[in-house]
Design a protein around this ligand. Structure first.
Ligand SMILES: Cc1cc2nc3c(=O)[nH]c(=O)nc-3n(C[C@H](O)[C@H](O)[C@H](O)COP(=O)(O)O)c2cc1C
Length: 279
């Protein structure tokens, strides 16, 4: 009975942290996996301790266990540990310091090159690889694999942060990693043990009513939900990032100006250059 009470308290705390105490769903079925998922947070400061080789293999096994479209397995991953290479990749990814600091930087690739090589060796032109759909399938595959690795990493006491700015300079990244045509870095992932000084809280999310609908899309009372979420994110960012910004401010800062894309407004051209025709 005591165990049940503790478990109830733990799951309620996890939901409170994720949504704020005023908009938690009632706790439903629960287990250690759900508890782990709800406790996710990105970490941007790492100890120098290496990720053991067997741990890395486990992360990759978890990644390869993700669903993959038609079992085409159109993704790959490159583990970068060399400080010089991490430093060059950081310079290509808006100089984020955690890229250099983390012991293991994983580059997740949308990769249709292996399938292309298969076709070539069998003397069959794989016509479908030229279409936008092939890129989308590969990008989705890479993301699903990476997220499985993130969950596995967190379950083993490691921390992570994705690096989307790896797409700022896809051609230079492809050269640095010696990528074949038809492979492109979708995002990086810093992996390591969080610095002892890290106390980042779980970052609250929009209430479920704002993003999960029944049968058909519903805008509902979105303005009211947004303003309540704005207050929560401002309080969170003030406590954790010394800068009280609302979600509204964050969205506008991130999405209003093409310049905030950091070069990714040229992504179609870069994708075509690295071997995704995008027909
Ligand atoms: C595809 C993707 C790219 C991201 N790129 C970056 C990045 O370049 N730098 C960074 O510090 N965080 C990056 N993030 C982390 C997000 O900022 C973070 O997930 C979000 O603010 C929610 O915070 P949480 O992960 O702690 O819950 C990225 C996340 C995703 C999913």
């Amino acid at each position: 009975m005591a165990h049940d009470l503790i478990a109830t308290h733990d799951k309620q705390s996890a939901l409170n942290a994720r949504y704020g105490a005023d908009s938690v769903p009632t706790a439903g079925p629960w287990n250690a996996t759900i508890q782990l998922l709800l406790a996710h947070r990105s970490v941007r400061s790492y100890k120098p301790d290496k990720v053991p080789a067997k741990t890395f293999e486990t992360l990759i096994a978890a990644a390869q266990s993700a669903a993959t479209s038609s079992n085409m397995q159109t993704w790959s991953v490159i583990a970068v540990r060399d400080p010089g290479r991490k430093s060059r990749l950081a310079a290509l990814s808006s100089n984020q310091k955690h890229i250099e600091q983390c012991p293991l930087f994983l580059i997740w690739l949308a990769d249709i090159s292996r399938n292309d090589r298969l076709g070539q060796s069998e003397g069959v032109k794989l016509e479908t690889l030229a279409y936008h759909e092939a890129f989308l399938v590969a990008a989705v595959d890479a993301a699903l694999a990476a997220q499985n690795a993130v969950i596995a990493a967190e379950s083993l006491g490691l921390s992570t942060v994705y690096i989307g700015s790896l797409r700022n300079h896809p051609i230079e990244v492809a050269a640095e990693l010696n990528l074949p045509k038809g492979a492109m870095g979708m995002f990086g992932l810093c992996v390591g043990y969080a610095s002892d000084s890290i106390t980042t809280e779980v970052k609250p999310r929009l209430p479920q009513d704002a993003i999960a609908f029944s049968e058909q899309y519903s805008i509902g009372n979105e303005p009211e939900m947004r303003s309540r979420y704005d207050a929560k994110l401002a309080a969170f960012s003030k406590r954790n990032e010394m800068n009280a910004y609302t979600w509204t401010e964050r969205v506008i800062t991130r999405m209003a100006k093409t310049s905030s894309l950091g070069g990714r407004d040229q992504l179609v051209v870069a994708l075509q250059a690295v071997g995704f025709p995008l027909r």
